[in-house]
Design a protein around this ligand. Structure first.
Ligand SMILES: Nc1ncnc2c1ncn2[C@@H]1O[C@H](COP(=O)(O)OP(=O)(O)OP(=O)(O)O)[C@@H](O)[C@H]1O
Ligand SMILES: [Mg+2]
Length: 522
């Protein structure tokens, strides 16, 4: 199937999100769409999928103009989409989710789950997906949930598959698996439109790349282009891909964690005797394969989970008494955040932004009770607006108006709102999980430099990241987690290969020996 977009234009009010976009996707082609946060990638795909009606232009399939008045028309025309934010229903099984909206019905008009199951099994085995049709979706790792979305699209005979930032939430291994799946789909004649901010992925899997900036196509590139070339095409200027890190000025201990244990309701051990310290002006980065307790560690530190045992001692600077020590274990989230702890959650949709609130309100979310933003009981609208104007400018949040709902922002721009809010508070400690998830390359550079600025100011920083590049760019020390434990805390220049072995549970000394042996064998 050959897809052609001609002069597609989409406006929101006066704002032109897509400005006369031309795009051709050939049969069996992997076509990457690159562009900054807010460039208009998701909007264009939503037009193609029938979710938005274009204000101008044409969509042609095999040369025939199409008129989509909703996703069902696009699906009927052979287009499938996996969204930037998943659309699965958690409490349903895989099979139930796959038939949702396109239920095969039995004689009595009832949902035929057996049929759905066999569709899932058939597609899974054809592509080697390993998806259990009867598993409940919320028990599955994110990577598998994503395959369910792909199975769902394929079950409706999609010949063009849109993948909007599918790898943002995947581990490196899941990403490699997804890229294999993409190659298989391509070999079977399916075309793919692939959106990602990770240039390595584009170089590895794309046949051709279209770059969008400010709603316009600014050029095409081939996957042989260098990362620096691609980045500067996206951003319109040269991008420094690595932030230089000044030496640390580490002060006294700011956070002391002793023997932290967390056991969930089913008796699973999520944190197993975790102990560490972070000093003022120091960045401790927690590395590991997703699902080894890093998320739970961050959530426990900010009070979203109550530890089964152990202590989290916060040393606070107090202008009168010098230093106070407070145990945060078991305290409420509100209490912990107001003790000078900043938090960038891993899942911004769940814990980071409030959808129905404006951008300006989201930029002060947990501070509206602070004297700075409230007088008596009313919020000080002027102070909130001034704060928003300043942060939107500083963090380059691409928006027409900060009075608009935060949900009108592109994914990466919502992330910038969370980061801007947390980094603009007076902090003793910053806990940031996947701080640059979904953020474009230029903004990653900016966020990293702001995190380093916090370190300069003496804030103790704990970063949780599955991106090794991020870990090595920021860390003063790296803690590697495996199955709820700290395998070791190692220097920032530790070789990737050694870190990789540690992430599989090998201790530091053994990992050093293992890496050395690997070298001599080669
Ligand atoms: N429903 C809406 N109402 C108003 N503006 C919107 C709406 N949806 C998107 N926009 C605006 O359109 C622009 C393009 O957004 P889009 O989501 O397409 O960006 P994107 O390229 O996918 O970015 P990201 O990489 O961050 O996901 C943004 O400036 C966004 O604020
Ligand atoms: Mg997007």
């Amino acid at each position: 199937m050959r897809l052609e977009l001609r002069q597609v234009t989409k406006k929101f009010g006066d704002f032109i999100a897509n400005d006369a976009i031309d795009l051709v996707v050939e049969p069996g082609q992997i076509h990457a769409l690159l562009g900054e946060n807010g460039a208009g990638k998701s909007t264009l795909m939503n037009v193609l999928y029938g979710l938005y009606e274009a204000d101008g232009g044409e969509i042609l399939i095999d040369g025939v103009p199409q008129h989509f008045s909703g996703p069902s028309d696009a699906i009927a025309a052979g287009i499938g989409m996996v969204h930037q934010h998943f659309m699965l229903i958690d409490v349903f099984t895989v099979a139930e989710n796959v038939v949702l909206g396109a239920e095969p019905t039995g004689p009595a008009g009832m949902l035929n789950l057996n049929q759905a199951r066999s569709i899932v099994t058939e597609i899974s085995s054809r592509f080697g997906f390993d998806v259990d049709p009867d598993a409940q979706v919320d028990t599955l790792p994110v990577g598998v949930q994503q395959r369910v979305e792909i199975v769902k699209a394929l079950s409706r005979k999609a010949q063009i598959l849109i993948l909007d930032e599918p790898t943002a939430v995947l581990t490196p291994q899941e990403t490699d698996e997804l890229m294999d799946i993409m190659r298989q789909l391509k070999a079977s004649g399916t075309s793919i439109v692939f959106i990602t901010h990770k240039l390595r992925e584009v170089q590895e899997v794309a046949d051709v790349i279209t770059v969008i900036r400010n709603g316009r196509v600014v050029g095409e590139a081939l996957p042989t282009a260098s990362q620096a070339e691609l980045a500067s095409m996206m951003v319109g200027r040269a991008v420094d891909l690595a932030v230089s890190k000044p030496p640390a000025h580490t002060g006294s201990v700011a956070v002391e964690v002793h023997d932290l244990d967390l056991v969930d309701a089913e008796g699973r051990i999520l944190l197993d005797d975790v102990s560490f310290t972070v000093s003022k002006g120091e960045i401790l980065a927690v590395a590991g394969v997703q699902g080894n307790g890093q998320t739970e560690l961050a959530e426990t530190l900010v009070g979203l989970r109550t530890p089964t045992s152990g202590s989290i001692l916060l040393h606070r600077r107090d202008p009168r008494s010098g230093e106070t020590i407070e145990d945060l274990a078991g305290k409420t989230v509100r209490r912990i955040l107001s003790s000078g702890v900043g938090y960038v959650p891993e899942d911004r949709g769940k814990d980071g932004v409030v959808d129905g609130f404006s951008i300006a309100e989201n930029l002060v979310l947990d501070q509206v009770k602070e004297p700075e933003f409230s007088r008596a009981t009313a919020m000080d609208m002027k102070a909130i607006a001034d704060n928003a104007a300043r942060l939107v400018e500083e963090f380059d949040v691409r928006t027409g108006s900060f009075g608009a709902a935060v949900s009108t922002l592109s994914g990466g721009n919502q992330q910038k709102v969370v980061v801007a809010r947390e980094l603009s508070r007076d902090l003793e400690v910053l806990i940031a999980s996947q701080p640059t998830r979904g953020v474009d390359i230029g903004s990653i550079e900016f966020i990293h430099s702001r995190i380093l600025e916090q370190r300069e100011k003496g804030t103790a920083v704990l970063i949780v990241s599955t991106e090794l590049n991020e870990v090595t760019a920021l860390a003063d020390r790296i803690a590697v987690m495996y199955r709820g434990r700290f395998v070791g805390v190692v220097p920032p220049d530790t070789e990737r290969h050694v870190l990789g072995l540690m992430m599989a549970g090998v201790g530091y000394e053994d990992a050093l020996v293992g890496a050395e042996q690997g070298r001599t064998e080669k």
